[in-house]
Design a binder for this molecule. Sequence first.
Ligand code: DGL
Length: 270
Amino acid sequence: MDRRPVGVFDSGVGGLTVFKELEANLPHESLLYLGDTARVPYGTRSPDTVVRYSVEAAHFFRSHDVKMVVVACNTASSVALPELEREAGVPVLGVIEPGARQAVNRTRSGKIGVIGTRATVRSSAYTRAIHAVNPDLEVLARPCPLFVPLAEEGWTDNQVAKETAEIYLRPLLDAGVDTLVLGCTHYPLLKDVIGEVAGDGVALVDSAEAVSVAVREQLTTTKKLLASRDDAVPRHRFFVTDAPEPFHDAAKRFLGRSLDHLELVEIAGE
Ligand code: DGL
């Protein structure tokens, strides 16, 4: 039994979709969330910059004695996982592999669509992870950058969201994908509108949900790090690198509740 918290890393507020899944799947675990809100978005930046930011985040987690780090951010998972693993000093789990595995299990037509930030799509991380399981599958990837501000604005079910989804997804749907990986922290918030546009014949893979199942597996079986059921109520703490108020407001929308412990930290130069 291990009472140390699980670290959750994201570029900003979007990783709360992963936090929510982790909380639901691991009700006895304390979670320590870091949102690099001073430097969000990561999805428009170069791999070198995302690696540099991620290394600083890894040092932050190292100094906060977490037992593992979940990289909620698809962009950081795509381009900086080896560096995060090297620097964190504890097991690190990204969202790409669990999402890719689930997509491989779901597809029947052999054609998988992947949507994410520009940096995630440019990295081809999902394509590589899918092909590592089954090289015969066809993967079509497309960046959908406008989904991020739509989700943060709470425009998740209006006409603008619907038309944006229609324009982004049409080429993938016309190409015959039967499975679509929501490869960005924010996209689960648009699941309804994406599902409506994609139609019943397309399975949506929520990488937030996929990673939470993988974390549970890793904590129970491989690592024996699970917190005991008899432990006190888990304590969740949130850290951000820019003014906490906007994060707090967004968190209320993402989680439907206020946060007890929210703190401003400096990680640049860590
Ligand atoms: N967290 C990012 C991701 O999942 C989206 C927001 C950003 O670009 O930083 O890729």
